[in-house]
Design a protein around this ligand. Structure first.
Ligand code: AHN
Ligand code: ZN
Length: 254
């Protein structure tokens, strides 16, 4: 609101893997809501309540800060919103969508198969209950975009549903001088908020998500779902690489 966006919230009571009712809220902030050509930027804003990938199992049921897993994507969106208002020359609409209840997926200490599709609950709800008449040219999901040593490989669902958008964004990264963060190589195939956007809302959406091919702790990086996902492990250069790449993409449009 402070950056001149029109803000709407979408509340829903969603059912977690164990039946817990999650009082959830997706938030959509719109830059130039009057324009019909629109791009969707999104990230989850909840943080997982359990550090169930921590090397110390006594931490598994504890919450963690979520500086990267949760806050980083929102931080990049806030900064882009600030810059769009400051400049005001972009003549396409942008919707910043914050998804709730992304990270309530079945904890690792339970058998995964018994619990089905328990991630991205807020995005599932959004995709099935789009604002009336909502259309976007495409979407870009930002997930864990502030980690040290992060590299954003091409993600499998993005490649399947939105290969042209992957090309466009990876080209923009190169043009902005951040090509080294975006290798033209395939990484993982990830269950994330972009899945319902592609499959249910039919908005071609890519996921900018790190892949660490050589990391023991997790292919999402050494701090993923651990107590160490805190500000000390955030690299502002990673945030900048992603933010400038998205801005380059927006300003290259039409
Ligand atoms: C799975 O682990 C199945 N998906 C990762 C989605 C996620 C969790 N993104 C951030 N935290
Ligand atoms: Zn997570």
């Amino acid at each position: 609101k402070q950056y001149g966006c029109k803000v709407k919230s979408q509340k829903a009571d969603l059912r977690g893997y164990d039946g817990t009712i999650l009082h959830s809220r997706n938030i959509m902030a719109s830059y130039k809501p009057e324009l019909t050509t629109r791009i969707l930027l999104c990230a989850h804003w909840d943080t997982r309540p359990w550090a169930d990938n921590d090397p110390d199992s006594t931490n598994w049921r504890k919450p963690f800060p979520g500086a990267n897993d949760g806050a980083s994507g929102v931080a990049v969106m806030l900064e882009i919103a600030r810059l769009l208002q400051l400049d005001n020359s972009l003549n396409i609409g942008v919707d910043f969508v914050c998804f709730d209840a992304e990270d309530w997926g079945t904890p690792q200490w339970l058998n995964q198969e018994e619990h089905g599709d328990t991630w991205a609950l807020g995005a599932q709800y959004f995709a099935a209950n789009l604002p009336a008449g909502y259309e976007a040219r495409y979407g870009i999901l930002l997930d864990m975009v502030g980690g040290q040593g992060a590299r954003f490989y091409r993600e499998g669902i993005s490649q399947r549903f939105a290969p042209e958008i992957v090309k466009k964004v990876w080209r923009a990264a190169r043009a902005a001088g951040f090509g080294s963060y975006f290798p033209k190589t395939d990484g993982g195939t990830i269950t994330d908020d972009h899945v319902p956007l592609n499959q249910v809302a039919r908005i071609p959406t890519i996921d900018i998500i790190p892949f660490y091919p050589d990391c023991e702790q997790s292919a999402f990086g050494p701090t993923w779902h651990t107590m160490a996902d805190d500000m000390e492990h955030i690299d502002r250069a990673t945030l900048k690489a992603v933010g400038q790449t998205v801005i380059q993409t927006l300003f290259t449009e039409q």
